[in-house]
Design a protein around this ligand. Structure first.
Ligand SMILES: [Zn+2]
Length: 149
């Protein structure tokens, strides 16, 4: 009986697809969110507090074989369970993905995943702003080629 229950649970969760099954929460998410919430400056792109801006978007940890970082999937920010950034790096990446959740897309680059520096508060611009607020150098970790011009 118990096995039948487990099998049913597996079948139900299987609809998430083999590409990105859920995983236990990545241990750096909580410290990354604490770093984001430590930013008290109103956000230059919308005037909100960081906490107001980020709390509307769910964050899930998933197993992704192809993509080592994080992605906005239209409903949630998916963090790869194997992501190896530090907490500040992840905070910057979460801010980047939050900007995608605002509807801000990448505009250019050979793979279409870069921004123009002239675009106001693009995903990479927001990521770098967050890193600088946290006293980091402002390198968009994992996306060093973030700008096409
Ligand atoms: Zn992006």
């Amino acid at each position: 009986m118990r096995y039948a229950f487990i099998l049913a649970a597996l079948l139900l969760t299987g609809c998430a697809g083999p590409f990105a099954p859920d995983a236990p929460p990545h241990p750096l998410i909580t410290p990354a969110l604490a770093l984001l919430d430590s930013i008290e400056t109103p956000l230059p792109w919308n005037g909100k507090t960081m906490r107001e801006w980020r709390q509307r978007v769910p964050i899930r940890t998933v197993v992704m074989e192809e993509w080592k970082g994080a992605v906005w999937d239209g409903d949630a920010i998916l963090i790869n369970a194997s992501l190896t950034y530090d907490a500040a790096g992840l905070a910057g990446v979460i801010a980047h993905e939050l900007r995608h959740a605002d509807g801000m897309r990448h505009e250019c680059g050979p793979e279409g995943n870069q921004d123009r520096r002239s675009t106001p508060w693009s995903a990479y611009a927001v990521q770098i702003w967050v890193l600088r607020q946290l006293g980091e150098e402002g390198q968009a970790v994992g996306n060093e080629g973030g700008f096409c011009d």
